[in-house]
Design a protein around this ligand. Sequence first.
Ligand code: ADP
Ligand code: MG
Length: 625
Amino acid sequence: MTTSDTAVHTQPFQAEVSELLHLMVHSVYSETDIFLRELVSNASDACDKLRYEAIASPSLLGEGDALKIRIIPNKAAGTLTIADNGIGMERQELIDHLGTIARSGTKAFVSKLKEAKDGLGLIGQFGVGFYSAFMVADKIVVVSRRAGESDVWTWTSSGGSGFEIARASDEEAARVTRGTEIVLHLKDDAKKYLEAFEIERIIGAYSDNILFPIELVPEEGEPRQINSASALWQRSKSELTADDYKKAYQQIASAFDDPAMTLHYRAEGRYSYAVLLFAPSTKPFDLFEPNRKGRVKLYVRRVFITDDADLLPGYLRFIRGVVDSEDLPLNISREMLQNNPQLAQIRKAVATRVVSELESLAEKDPENFAKIWDAFGAVLKEGIYEDFERREKLLALSRFTTTSGEKRSLKQVIADFKPNQTEIYYLVGDSIERLKSNPRLEAATARGIEVLLLSDPVDAFWTSMPSEFDGKPLKSLSQGDLNLDLIPRVDDNDEAKKDEPEADEAATIAVIKAALGERVSDVKASTRLTSSASCLVADSQGPSRELERILSQQNRGMKTKPILEINLRHPMVGAITKAQAGSKAVDDLSLLLLEQAQILDGELPEDPAAFAARLNRLVLQGLGA
Ligand code: ADP
Ligand code: MG
């Protein structure tokens, strides 16, 4: 044995862990119960992992000792111990897993926690795993033996800036023959967790569906199992209540909200499998992580295999739950998970079922559907361009904020079409507020046409491919030619009613075009403006301006030149008609038409200093100064 083996090593926590611990230790959060759920869920994960590894190496499991979780209160010592005989951790694993935050989304969560005033309320919604134990303990000792190893290590921390790693004593090593023992030295105000009835209450509320037996080891008397350890999804629907489902959801998904949708069924036939899936009612912090991983758990005959089997397409990654197959081999490998034809069938069937369940929820329970849409609509819309097969269904599910101010389905929008309207109009931009005042809406507004206002980043993508719904094409108000002439106007704006523009169209357009030169690809008379002077539009063939902007932020794609549309009835344009072609005034006014259109799109003029100088010059001229 080398000296470093016997020595106690002090290690600092990763910065985020320290911040999190500070929040935990000084927490005034009252619902501290969740610590037990987190530790039991880790213990259950550890048992799952060992059972999975033991499929390939049965010796890891050894003889006799069934996988289980024990909870051991000790009033004299003031400690609560949570022990499992699962996979255990080696020295380096203790350092990596309990000294850093690996869990995706947690970093985002911690920063949110710091900025939010009622941040601690968020702990309840999110759960912070192992570290939540520092809400109830001022010192934690973890003793762990990785399955199949002879070395046993301890990890000790009082929640400060670091932790200690040391070799376990002989006594500890004799006690922990496999797996992990977590000893919580409870704070004075957390001593209630030593009471058997408290422990039973919390396990009943949060951890009843853990598949491994949870034993309470009382100070006197025999250990007894305090969870039902049944695989809820294997039971029949008629036996289960809404509350059973809620608890199962919260346990399986490590969630605290209510499920907004529950889907429980058993597929029989060529393949048999049980499905229990939920849609959360609130948004998790890691929803927009780039890896877009789903977390539906794959079981084979009640044995957990993985939560990394991509059972659902990326746009359904917010769905949580379990698929338990009767026919897949237990020793299914990672590669097989990718290529197994049976799993491919299951994936397809389950995705179809989830989408149709969302459809029927939208119809029967619009309130809960609205919760799902508000939290996950932006994710579901990814499916519109990814899943060609289900595109029409996903469009039917989609709810859009429109110029009516409400969230509407395409079906509703079509039902309210104006006379002669044949297309669904939309506008893509950064925010609903900005879109509402977008000049491109003017011609549509003048006709009372309802327009979809699309402000999620994903909208620029799915609208970039031609779509139609129920035979009605979707048409952008900022791209290509627009002809609303056949749709009667509903406003009584006299000026706008004049059929013939006063300006000599062709000549004025040519003058402006000459002044702008290479800055635009074309200058056209606008059919979409009634009160604004100008706007920029993209060619109907190329990408939309919104998509270009997003792609250029990511340094992808190249910018094409926009078309400047001008309102021939606007006095600015009238002034150009009157001024002498090629004069300084024509140049200034033409450039201003372009620059104000850029500003309205949230862009900067190409040369802001020149813009300011130009504006000043014209204003001073106007004042006669
Ligand atoms: P999460 O469970 O979401 O990964 P936690 O903070 O709860 O996050 O746990 C961090 C990691 O510590 C786990 O992923 C696991 O690798 C390890 N761990 C925690 N508890 C145990 C345990 N009882 N047995 C084995 N490993 C554990
Ligand atoms: Mg955990």
